[in-house]
Design a binder for this molecule. Structure first.
Ligand code: CMP
Length: 138
């Protein structure tokens, strides 16, 4: 069986467990799984830097990351958590620094361009969803 097909199926299944994608249709999740890029980080490596321009959104597939702001610890995040949502708003900068806090951190990354293409006019939905998500403090 094709390796790429297998990777697609693993990522596609994983998306069903990501809280952030709850609001999407099956078809939208199929499309998201098609454009995901897998990234790997080692302990201590910086994934996003506070103040940098934001173009990518991330989902943690494996490992733990640490979030800091102005050098102060904010929280840890792990499998199924997502971060980097400033990328979804356009011309925004990162509000915090996110660093790998585990020997092996695997992330699935999505560009703003791909997300907006997939959601089309429904992009407003994601913005509403983000506010709800923030209120729940997830
Ligand atoms: P973004 O600003 O794009 O990049 C840094 C990310 O850290 C941010 O998106 C959030 O996804 C994540 N994060 C998690 N907790 C916090 C928090 N308390 N304040 C700011 N960012 C946070």
């Amino acid at each position: 069986e094709d390796i790429q097909q297998k990777a697609y199926e693993i990522n596609r299944k994983f998306l069903d467990q990501v809280k952030f994608f709850d609001f999407m249709t099956e078809e939208q999740r199929d499309n998201i799984a098609n454009v995901l890029i897998t990234l790997k980080f080692k302990q201590g490596e910086i994934i996003v830097n506070e103040g940098d321009m934001a173009n990518s959104f991330y989902i943690i597939q494996k490992g733990i990351v640490e979030v800091t702001k102005q050098g102060q610890f904010l929280r840890y995040m792990n499998q199924g958590d997502s971060f980097g949502e400033q990328a979804l708003f356009g011309n925004c900068v990162r509000g915090a620094t996110v660093k790998a806090n585990d020997q092996d951190v695997n992330l699935l990354s999505l560009s703003r361009e791909d997300i907006t293409t997939i959601l089309g006019e429904k992009i407003q939905l994601i913005v509403n969803h983000l506010y709800k998500y923030a209120e729940m403090g997830i």
